[in-house]
Design a protein around this ligand. Structure first.
Ligand code: ATP
Ligand code: MG
Length: 280
């Protein structure tokens, strides 16, 4: 642990060719960080400030595109992640499109059709709240298309993401790994607190009942599509404070890896004098 690298996130990355090994990872663990919740508060504030700085530089630099794919089960913490990790980040240059159940128009096209228009442009940081991975997750578990069709999608997705990378996009993919016990608590909280009732959907319970089918689908998706150029990170996410620290650190390292710089200033700025406006 060091001041500039408070969390060692290297163990959270799934190397190309490795199994995601979800069973072997504890969702309550806090790997790579030797502090506790209390000590994490000022650390997160520092990481936040650094991320804010880097995002502004990404925007000013205008030569790079960054895509963060965020996947989780219901109550996995996608909204909370976006809220906390990007706290204070300037909304210009950041977007967080959410991919819900496809519309009939979307279903009338291939599954990447609705995704592509949302990828980041120059200088942008885009966080996908759910993504094209739903088409090998929920679609697989609920058998919304035939197996022979979804099985080919891992290859398409690898190629699609590689194309984005080859054309100048940096990609990181994040799975918020929670335990079924933690999901139960969070769903119960949505039932118990009137101000959270709106987040509760009975359909979430049907999905919850398929927990291990979803884990198998995540295991396969992550294993088959984590590449050197578009890696997956599995974040132990039962502890929200650790999740926030780890994801902030991953994004900072990603942006620091880009050789960001301010665009060259015009020549002769030091000669310029800003004149007073004469009084009316
Ligand atoms: P929250 O965590 O706050 O509940 P959410 O991401 O679950 O947010 P919802 O509107 O509740 O948002 O759910 C979106 C739903 O759309 C999810 O059940 C998801 O599985 C589903 N969905 C997304 N993409 C697809 C897809 N390609 N095919 C079928 N269902 C999809
Ligand atoms: Mg939901």
């Amino acid at each position: 642990m060091s001041a500039s690298r408070p969390v060692d996130v290297s163990k959270l990355r799934v190397a190309e060719g490795d199994d995601a090994d979800l069973d072997g990872r504890d969702p309550r663990a806090t790997p790579g960080y030797d502090g506790d919740k209390e000590s994490s508060v000022p650390v997160l504030a520092e990481l936040n400030a650094r991320l804010e700085e880097l995002q502004e530089l990404l925007y000013a630099d205008g030569r790079h595109r960054v895509l963060v794919v965020l996947q989780a089960l219901d109550a996995g913490g996608k909204d909370g992640t976006i809220k906390h990790v990007f706290d204070g980040v300037n909304p210009s240059g950041v977007r967080a499109p959410a991919f819900k159940k496809p519309s009939s128009e979307e279903l009338a096209h291939d599954y990447l059709w609705r995704i592509h228009p949302h990828v980041p442009g120059d200088g942008e940081l885009v966080i996908f709240n759910r993504s094209h991975y739903e088409d090998v997750l929920v679609v697989r578990v609920l058998e919304l298309v035939e197996e022979k069709r979804w099985k080919k999608r891992y290859g398409h997705i690898r190629d699609f993401e590689q194309m984005l990378v080859d054309e100048g996009t940096t990609i990181v993919k994040i799975f918020l790994h929670i335990s079924p016990e933690e999901q139960a608590e969070r769903l119960q909280d949505r039932l118990d607190r009137p101000e959270k009732n709106w987040k509760f959907e009975t359909g979430d319970l049907e999905m919850r009942a398929r927990w291990w089918d979803f884990m198998e689908a995540f295991e396969d998706a992550i294993t088959k599509t984590s590449t050197d150029d578009a890696p997956w990170f599995v974040i132990p996410a039962d502890r929200k404070w650790f999740r926030n620290l780890a994801i902030s650190q991953i994004l900072i390292e990603t942006l620091e890896g880009l050789d960001l710089r301010h665009p060259a200033a015009e020549d002769g700025l030091d000669q310029i004098v800003i004149e007073d406006i004469p009084k009316r």
